[in-house]
Ligand binder design. Structure first.
Ligand SMILES: [Zn+2]
Length: 311
């Protein structure tokens, strides 16, 4: 199946109508209806160029299969390609339906084998890769991982003049977006951190991308579409989260947290809830041609804690 279509199917979109539990108030709350364009724009497009063979349900990322791999690895230490293919054959031999079968994919194998690694030691040749229990445990941890954070700094009010420091080119829509964010508890922590570190946000046409953070310049560039639309606020949060990282090295974990926290804060601001499954977001990043090459971890948890967001 085509990858973007499958993503729409696998991403659980929950809508909580703001009807105060009263059907009679439907017409008076019409302004809370979700515009159709949200559905087109809400789901991430960063995977659009990802090859379409990432069917997670029939890959080694399948949760039940991970349990089987964990059992195998606990008895034989590590799994090379030959051992993995043997385990897939045994799994498929007892599958009662075709949809239960696992397809071997060398890229999946190499990415899983690279999860628990030192530095940037990405496993790039099938013959040199082995899957360890640590690799599998990283995935199994994320299967049950849920976004849960507390904001440890007192809720302060940030006035317009302070917000303008982040927005030196005085873009009115960026100012409005920052104002909305400054009324959110975690949002204000990110803004305060950005102000303390002298961050600058600019608008600029970005072909196909919503925003990026330049570590050396300590600036964020956002596509104008991000600040024109409330349901794109998560991209601003995403980049602000990157800006909290005082070290240059990015990580898969940082990207996933930026996605999930960005959406959580946007949901709180819009009052309309979209949900992403953390495990699926993680796997998509692991398989992404660029993000998948990053280290799995960096100190993003510690950096966010300094900003006042404790996970
Ligand atoms: Zn990012």
């Amino acid at each position: 199946m085509d990858y973007p279509v499958r993503r729409v199917l696998t991403v659980l979109v929950l809508i909580i109508p703001l009807l105060s539990g009263c059907a009679g108030s439907l017409s008076s709350h019409k302004h809370n209806e979700i515009p159709a364009s949200v559905y087109r724009n809400s789901l991430h497009d960063i995977f659009i160029n990802t090859p379409s063979h990432h069917n997670i349900r029939q890959s080694i990322f399948k949760p039940e299969f991970l349990g089987y791999l964990a059992y195998l690895v606990s008895t034989s230490q590590t799994l090379d390609e030959h051992a993995l293919r043997g385990s897939i054959n045994r799994w498929n031999a007892v599958a009662s339906e075709k949809s239960e079968q696992i397809h071997y994919n060398p890229v999946h194998f190499m990415r899983v084998a690279s999860l628990h690694r030192e530095g940037n030691n990405l496993c790039t040749r099938v013959s040199e890769c082995t899957i360890s229990l640590e690799d599998i445990n990283i995935l199994r941890t994320w299967l049950s991982w849920r976004l849960n954070y507390i904001v440890t700094i007192p809720h302060t009010t940030i006035d317009t003049t302070q917000l303008s420091l982040l927005n030196p080119s005085k873009q009115p829509r960026l100012q409005t977006a920052l104002q909305k964010l400054s009324h959110n508890q975690a949002g204000v922590a990110l803004i305060q951190q950005a102000l303390d570190s002298g961050l600058v946000i600019r608008l600029g046409q970005l072909q196909g991308s919503h925003g990026y953070y330049d570590f050396n310049e300590h600036t964020i560039t956002l596509d104008p579409s991000v600040v024109n639309y409330e349901f794109n606020l998560r991209y601003l949060v995403h980049e602000l989260l990157h800006a909290c990282n005082t070290a240059e090295e990015n990580s898969i974990t940082e990207e996933v947290l930026a996605e999930l926290i960005g959406l959580r804060i946007q949901n709180q601001i819009t009052g309309i809830r979209f949900e992403l499954n953390p495990y699926l977001v993680l796997v998509e990043h692991v398989l992404h041609p660029e993000y998948g090459q990053l280290s799995f971890n960096n100190d993003i948890y510690g950096e966010l804690a300094i900003a006042g967001i404790e996970l």
